[in-house]
Design a protein around this ligand. Structure first.
Ligand code: G3H
Ligand code: 13P
Ligand code: ZN
Length: 312
């Protein structure tokens, strides 16, 4: 099947009590590792591209790689999504350039400005059959969101979501409930926690509406150990416990964003390979286990966290 939007994926995920994985892609090995896992497990999948990825690999290369994956995996639905589009211009460029979904991230803007920019993207996107994700609330930083319970400023304010969704016409909404980007989400000794009460209140106010979780890597400690054992330095890398993500996936969360865990998996595989094979210098030699590590990570997410195996 051709590239799809996320509309049907999210409808089925909401009704089925599971989530679809959105994995960041930057090169061929990552695209192949993700889509081979999804294909084998008959899972829908979202391949997402950040502004940094577009700068690194170039728009045309990434689109062609994803189109190649669609040819290679014809039996699963694949969406191509812009991750964290900063403004209308980058969203337009991706809509015009073959993406089926874009995120306009107005979370750092004032509420009215976020509405205005999101509305502009929605009008342009919907006229061209493309869907739009927006964000309300800022993703938690370590101190702000998790330890300082009194300071809710970074969390999504549920009282704003109905007005935001009705005024923008957006198709899905990323909310801030305590997740954060990167591999260092909590301080050592800090207890990871997510504000499921906010998620519940948002979904009560927006029945049937798909919610998105960013910053949802779990940073597996066995892989961090491999990285550190083979010359890396990632002390105190900590992520979101998988059981919390599993719970979110059964609720209104239909899309779970994972980037750091794929990075950690690749880096662990490459560091180990390099340390054990110092004379090798053919990139295919170390990129083969790296690609396998991506596939294993994504397979694990699909079966153990997202619950979307067999939902293609
Ligand atoms: O949310 C951010 C993603 O992990 C993408 O990261 O901007 O380094 O490509 P990046
Ligand atoms: P992680 O850094 O937790 O993988 O989050 C990725 C993300 O939210 C991409 O938008
Ligand atoms: Zn994100």
């Amino acid at each position: 099947m051709p590239l799809v939007t996320t509309t049907e994926m999210f409808k089925k995920a909401y009704e089925g009590g599971y989530a679809v994985g959105a994995f960041n892609v930057n090169n061929m090995e990552i695209v192949q590792g993700i889509t081979e896992a999804a294909s084998e497990l008959k899972a829908p999948v979202i391949l997402q591209v950040s502004a940094g990825a577009r700068k690194y690999a170039k728009h045309a290369y990434l689109v062609k790689l994803v189109e190649a994956a669609v040819v290679d995996c014809p039996e699963i639905p694949i969406a191509l999504h812009l991750d964290h589009g900063a403004d209308f211009e980058i969203c337009k460029s991706c809509i015009d350039g073959g993406f089926t979904s874009v995120m306009i991230d107005g979370s750092s803007r004032a509420f009215e400005d976020n509405i205005a920019e999101t509305r502009k993207v929605v009008e342009y996107a919907h006229a061209r059959g493309v869907v739009v994700e927006a964000e309300l609330g800022k993703l938690a930083g370590i101190e702000d969101a998790v330890n300082v319970a009194a300071d809710d400023a970074q969390f999504t304010n549920p009282a704003e979501v109905e007005e935001f969704v009705s005024k923008t016409g957006v198709d899905s909404l990323a909310i801030a409930i305590g997740t954060s980007h990167g591999a260092f989400k909590f301080k050592p000794g800090q207890k990871p926690q997510l504000r499921f009460d906010i998620l519940e209140e948002v979904s009560r106010r927006l029945p049937g509406f798909p919610i998105v979780l960013h910053g949802a890597s779990s940073v597996p400690q066995d892989l961090v150990k491999v990285i550190n054992q083979f010359g890396g330095a990632m002390p105190d890398a900590i992520g979101i416990p998988e059981e919390m993500l599993r719970q979110a996936a059964t609720m209104a969360v239909c899309k779970i964003n994972i980037d750091s865990d794929v990075r950690v998996a690749m880096t662990a595989a490459i560091r180990k390979y390099m340390a054990e094979n110092p004379s090798h210098f053919d990139p295919r030699q170390y990129l083969t286990p790296a690609r396998t590590a991506v596939k294993e990570m994504v397979s694990h997410k699909i079966t153990e966290v997202l619950g979307c195996a067999g939902k293609a």
